[in-house]
Design a protein around this ligand. Sequence first.
Ligand SMILES: C[S@@+](CC[C@H](N)C(=O)[O-])C[C@H]1O[C@@H](n2cnc3c(N)ncnc32)[C@H](O)[C@@H]1O
Length: 316
Amino acid sequence: MTTPLLLTCPVGLEDLVRGDLRDREDVRSELLAPGLIRCVEALTPDKLPAMVDRVSLPLSDDNSVIAAAELVGVPTPSFRVHAKDPGARSEWITRIEALGWRNDPSDWVLNVDVGGGRIDLGSWHWSRRIGQLQRLPATTPGPVAAGLLRLAKLSTGDVLLDPCAGVGTVPIVDALLRGGPAYSIDRDPEATRLAHENAANLSVGQAVSVLKADATDLPLDDGSIDRVVSDLPFGKRIGSNELNKSLYPAILREIERVLTADGRAVLLSDDKRVFAESVAHARGLKISGERVIRYNGVTPTAYIVRRSRRPKRGRA
Ligand SMILES: C[S@@+](CC[C@H](N)C(=O)[O-])C[C@H]1O[C@@H](n2cnc3c(N)ncnc32)[C@H](O)[C@@H]1O
């Protein structure tokens, strides 16, 4: 029988993860808890949706630890044990060292989380499957960026824009998954420098154009962008509620200008009232869907924004 894999993803994206597993990989799964999915059929790391962050096996006895080593393909893996209770921690260390494995908390292949009842597979983690990015405090987690991209429904050849791209997470993840092309724009010089480095380090410099520019005055032609995907500044991490009252309408005006006629934007914000009011005042845009996502102590909403059919001001 296949050992069930435990998949962790941002809360709010579980149905997308399970849908992709079912439709693309023909793999059945069940929802165990918010952000936690059990996969009951065999799977390889390359088949995992990019919205999946951590992959684990349930921790039971020594056999579960040996099954984890088989899955990562390392006969004597280095490991670390995480447990609040020092007694339980040293008991597990002794048991696993008896298998001839090395306890190395700084360079582990398996993380044995006693309290969480699971064994995390290091080489199946998001950063090892998809890519390691340099980060800033407001950087979007990779699995969240993958979820926003999933909601944007990008097709081959579509031009993607992130006008508040920070270190480039969204366009770089898109380039790794789809091949771009994408614009990664931010007005912060340090974020832009890191976006350049991240794109180069992950060999997607050709697919991602990194520009230092203002989202309220984009250096892009009218109707030149098929999809906009962005984790907007939303006060708690960057900017402020007061600033957003003028920033959001200005960003939305530019998005409306650069989007193609059937374009779509997926915009993440926790400043929900200001965002909804700003879209309501943008005559050419409307919110066509929304989904709350929870990760790292924040619960922002991903808004799907499209062109509205309302006539432009002055033409009615
Ligand atoms: C939530 S962070 C985005 C994080 C990004 N997705 C990443 O992974 O690094 C919001 C970003 O908006 C940028 N920003 C704020 N106001 C801006 C503006 N007017 N034009 C362009 N970027 C802006 C900030 O510099 C910050 O990098």
